[in-house]
Write a protein that binds this ligand. Structure first.
Ligand code: UD1
Ligand code: CA
Length: 475
């Protein structure tokens, strides 16, 4: 198989039906833009020139094009006069010989292997124009393939220009074409706006090339889901679900247990080792990496999180963090950017941690906030401890050593440091460093006012209970 000499991607449309401030092809599926998915699929078959027609929201779409394919040549279509017009512009200045592959930027599910098969059949038949078609359960909105008496393609008719009878046809134009360069150029020059939208339809070149007595093929793909186009939010959701299933299948085949694939959402750039278990309601986003034996979920979202072997993360939201081997996170834990949990460390229920290192075997088990801190190994942070890192203007660091025991409800007012093996008394507000091996006590001494309830709350249920226990009114 020879790679096409020119590849043209059409992405100038407004995407009006999306009703969005974001250009259609930049909406995201599984962590990648619609256009990005297509660009990834065509990369292996792009040998010659790659031209991407941009128009609406030009600067954003162009930036995405260059980010995914730095060698691509953006072509600006100032006025959207149709797919045929877009191709006319793209051909100007492009090589004039060989073959031209054309795709729409809004078909993100297309695979490289389908494209390769399509190109191979086109070549084997010395075709001048080939269009990839599919049988759609719901063909609404697509161009329909009209076949002639010999079963070959006669022409393509758009939904809006079709008769009722033609609308019954389920074989549709996927918007993927391969042309002989010269034949395409000759046909493009003959396009007219004689249709319901008053646009130049690329689809019309099929009949024009066929009329020139050349071989024209409609090549049917056997998986219609690959060629689903996105015009509105329902189709976006439909494609997203197909992509989810495709990604999940791939991971299950490589040895990952996904308990409920319908509620598990894994981005394309995530990597997962075998024998990871993912429970329902879990999203693995960005460039997250999950090592073998880890258990993730239920109801967990990890974005750009590195999870080491055997760690457990339950009912938690984590971003930009590193979770060490055999560490435990959750339930209801929020790990923010810059968090590193050491081997066997724990971040338990209702704990928030950001920009902090929690050393090997150290635990933050309950109801705490840890910000801008370094915690050594084997240390325990008592329930409801707050690392007071913000003075209202600046953020400050807290350093806690190895084998420290922070008492429950301690406020560690940064900048402050707690030496190795030190303790703090429960309820302390620690504003000064605590040396190694010491206990920091910073709270008011307790005073009991005897009989207060019996005097001030006489007759209350508490007073009655106190009396029963032998309490008296005297001070
Ligand atoms: C088009 C096809 C239809 C096919 C469907 C497949 C035509 C006339 N119709 O319809 O037969 O079934 O794709 O998904 O081609 N674009 C430009 N410049 C323009 C107009 C469109 O670059 O002036 C781009 C769009 O950004 C989009 C692609 O071309 O990526 C297709 O345009 P769209 O408006 O989505 O065409 P459909 O109505 O889907
Ligand atoms: Ca479309």
């Amino acid at each position: 198989m020879k790679n096409p000499d020119v590849v043209i991607v059409l992405a100038a449309g407004e995407g009006t039906r999306m009703k969005s401030a974001t250009p259609k092809v930049l909406h995201r599926i599984a962590g990648r833009s619609i256009l990005g998915h297509l660009m990834a699929a065509i990369a292996p078959v792009t040998g010659g020139e790659l031209r991407v027609v941009v128009g609406a929201h030009r600067e954003f779409v162009e930036a995405e094009v260059i980010a995914t394919a730095p060698a691509a040549i953006p072509v600006y279509q100032a006025e959207r006069n149709g797919t045929g017009h877009a191709v006319q512009l793209a051909l100007a200045g492009a090589p004039t010989t060989g073959s031209v592959l054309i795709l729409a930027g809004d078909t993100p599910l297309l695979t490289t292997s389908t494209l390769k098969e399509f190109i191979a059949i086109h070549e084997a038949n010395a075709s001048s124009a080939s269009v990839l078609t599919a049988d759609m359960p719901d063909p609404f909105g697509y161009g329909r393939i009209i076949r002639d008496d010999n079963g070959g393609i006669s022409h393509i008719v758009e939904e809006r220009d079709a008769t009722d009878e033609e609308r019954e046809i389920t074989e549709i134009n996927t918007g993927v074409y391969l042309f002989d360069n010269a034949a395409l150029r000759a046909a493009c020059a003959k396009l007219s706006k004689d249709n319901s939208q008053g646009e130049l339809y690329l689809t019309d070149v099929i009949a024009l090339i066929k009329g020139a007595n050349s071989v024209v093929l409609a090549i049917r793909s056997n998986d219609y889901t690959e060629t689903l186009g996105i015009n509105d939010r329902s189709q976006l959701a439909e494609c997203t679900a197909v992509m989810r299933d495709r990604i999940n299948d791939r991971w299950m085949k490589s040895g990952v247990t996904i308990v409920d694939p319908t509620t598990t959402w894994i981005d394309v750039d995530v990597t997962i080792e075998s024998d990871v278990t993912i429970h329902p309601g879990t999203a693995l986003a960005g460039k997250s990496t999950i090592a073998t034996g880890a258990v993730i979920g239920p109801r967990t979202t990890l974005t750009d999180v590195f999870v080491d072997a055997g760690a457990h993360v339950i009912e938690s939201t984590c971003t930009g963090s590193h979770i060490g081997a055999k560490a435990n996170v959750g339930p209801y834990t929020f790990l923010r950017a810059g968090t590193t949990l050491g081997t066997g460390a724990k971040a338990g229920a209702y704990v928030e941690i950001k920009n902090s290192i929690v050393g090997d075997g150290s635990k933050v088990p309950h109801l705490s906030y840890v910000g801008d801190a370094t915690i050594g190994s084997g240390t325990n942070i008592g329930a409801a401890t707050i690392f007071v890192n913000y003075d209202g203007v600046d953020k400050h660091q807290t350093v806690v050593g190895d084998e420290v025991r922070i008492g429950s409800d301690t406020m560690l007012v940064a900048p402050v440091s707690i030496g190795d093996g030190a303790y703090t008394a429960a309820g302390s507000i620690i504003t000064e460093d605590v040396p190694a091996g010491s206990i920091g006590v910073a709270r008011a001494k307790q005073r009991n006012v005897l009989g207060w309830v019996l005097r001030k709350r006489a007759g209350s249920s508490s007073a009655i209970a106190a009396k029963r226990a032998g309490a008296t009114e005297r001070e």
